[in-house]
Design a protein around this ligand. Sequence first.
Ligand SMILES: C[S@@+](CC[C@H](N)C(=O)[O-])C[C@H]1O[C@@H](n2cnc3c(N)ncnc32)[C@H](O)[C@@H]1O
Length: 270
Amino acid sequence: MNSESQPVSSLTIRERASGALNTFLGWFGYAFIRVVKSDYVPIRLYEHERLSFAYEDVKCDDVLAPWILDQAFQEIHNRIENHTLVDLFRCYELTQLVREVTHVPGDILEVGVWRGGTGVLLADAARKWKPQAHVWLCDTFAGVVKATSRDSQYTGGEHADTSEDIVRTLALAEGLDNITLLKGVFPDDTGAEISASQIALCHIDVDVYQSAAEIVAWVAPRLAPGAIMVFDDYGFSSCRGITQLVDELRETGEWIYIYNLNKHAILIKR
Ligand SMILES: C[S@@+](CC[C@H](N)C(=O)[O-])C[C@H]1O[C@@H](n2cnc3c(N)ncnc32)[C@H](O)[C@@H]1O
């Protein structure tokens, strides 16, 4: 029920007063909104492993939102959103990164699949924009591994509440036949099972420094110029290990680095 259809008697004096004020302001094309100051924590600073991290609640007004007009994306996103921990904005960006590597040689690799949401989005995008590419989805299906003191929150074993069957069923429902699921620690157990000699796009969503660093060590020699590594968790205060790793990679000068506030870091091979 919206406020217009509420019985007048159920409105408080404050609600009636603000409604009247908004009606008045509306005649001149204005409205007032109440800002709750106590909820706003402007800046948070952390020290971790002798590194400093700053976090701020950033509000972006009037943002171009192409996902709203993208009917096909909206439909598949509705079907997979209960299978992902990744928000709409990063989900959309993943699909668009597949478009960006259409002409870059190689397959698509995701490490950190959980219940398959982002993996299925990548495979669906590949079917449209990179049909010759195979999509490799790798997970322990037993949770996060290799957490160390570099990681601010994870200790190991998180996100074990999934299975290969859950992902396989989701992929089947979408009619995807371009996926191979690999179970085990990547790259230790499953790297050798990937037959592709080149990777065009690698989505790294493993939450902790050491796992991500070993994935990068495996994938980097397989990337042609223009190939992309996209890191989930870059900027989460709960995943400072990922932020540290990406910032270290940036220092090497081998990558074009993009940070666009959605908690993805994108590294493009120069
Ligand atoms: C945050 S979840 C992935 C979320 C997923 N992309 C989604 O759409 O919601 C992180 C996953 O990484 C997996 N993982 C972490 N380190 C790994 C490694 N070295 N090899 C394979 N899987 C790993 C965990 O088992 C967990 O399922």
